[in-house]
Design a protein around this ligand. Structure first.
Ligand code: 3PG
Length: 306
């Protein structure tokens, strides 16, 4: 029984050690493919794997077809838009994620980006404070809830919109639920984006929506670039010179954004929200133990494909 860790962006060593212990204690074998540069390396590595642990690595129909012995893929993290679920289902492969395991790390980065934004990219000029500003949490899942918890420490006023989460739950955490996404953007000085990339959400954060935000608005995106209409956003930011865009996912139009929105746009070079030892340990070991429990006991609790 071979478990492959296939991570273009490697886990911290301590997390790999923890995964190894989990896998070897179960009597399974661990293989490691990190920092691969060609898809062929992934195709070669999956050939004899029965289980694969991935991060944002692309598991498409070709990879699934190459992995003849594959039984399970676990995305060590939240978003599984990088896995072809239909191809997996057709091949009888179980796909899981590890919800919540890396969410604090992502939420902390939101505030790293926000303080950087309101202090004018640390250029020494006089900035503003987060205290008393209205923060809109766009989707109140695991990351959104951690953002709310941290934002309370900053003294921000909290609002959230989530189509799938009850107003009661949002309210019970001291956050004001709003009835529509438009209302969230209209109300809030800062919006933190936490929606997954799906056919419904792709490009849904467009110029019309962002233009509803008050003067001095900041959007912070630690979710997915696909949910932003990047072409419209850069156009809007040319006229709305008060808006800032802070992102952890390099936009397709990064060069244009950098040129046209200097001082108001920042992107990390490679998504690093979940790139902490703690998040790697939590998500990586959860992935390994989910694999062991699936293989040994058939537990499918975190399955995301039908
Ligand atoms: C997730 O969906 O869990 C986050 O976006 C983290 O992705 P990563 O594992 O590629 O850093």
């Amino acid at each position: 029984m071979k478990v492959l860790i296939a991570t273009d962006k490697p886990f911290a060593k301590v997390a790999v050690d923890g995964i190894r212990e989990e896998v070897e204690t179960a009597g399974f074998e661990l293989a490691l493919l990190e920092k691969y540069t060609e898809k062929q390396q992934l195709l070669d590595a999956v050939v004899d794997a029965e289980a694969i642990i991935i991060r944002s690595d692309i598991i498409d129909a070709e990879v699934i077809a190459a992995a003849k012995n594959l039984k399970i893929v676990v995305r060590a993290g939240a978003g599984y838009d990088n896995v072809d679920l239909e191809a997996a289902t057709a091949a009888g492969v179980c796909v899981m994620n590890t919800p919540g395991q890396n969410s604090n790390a992502v939420a902390e980065l939101v505030f790293g980006l926000l303080v950087f934004a309101v202090r004018n990219f640390y250029n020494g000029s006089s900035g503003i404070e987060l205290k008393d500003k209205k923060l809109g949490i766009h989707a109140y899942g695991n990351v959104g809830r951690n953002v709310a918890r941290i934002a309370k420490g900053f003294g921000m006023k909290l609002y959230a919109y989530d189509a799938f989460c009850s107003d009661e739950l949002i309210q019970s955490e001291g956050v004001t639920p709003v009835s529509s996404v438009e209302k969230l953007y209209e109300t809030c000085d800062v919006v933190s984006v936490h929606i997954p990339a799906t056919s419904e959400t792709k490009k849904s954060i467009n110029a019309a929506l962002v233009n509803r935000m008050p003067k001095g608005a900041i959007i912070v995106n630690t979710a997915r670039k696909e949910v932003i209409n990047e072409a419209e956003l850069v156009q809007l930011m040319e006229t709305r010179t008060d808006i800032k865009y802070m992102t952890d996912i390099l936009p397709d139009n990064h060069a244009e954004m950098t040129e046209k929105c200097a001082g108001r746009y920042f992107s990390t070079p490679k998504k690093m929200g979940a790139q902490t030892a703690e998040a790697n340990i939590n998500a990586g070991i959860a992935a390994a133990s989910q694999i062991v429990d699936f293989i040994n006991n058939g537990n499918q609790r975190f399955r995301v494909n039908k």
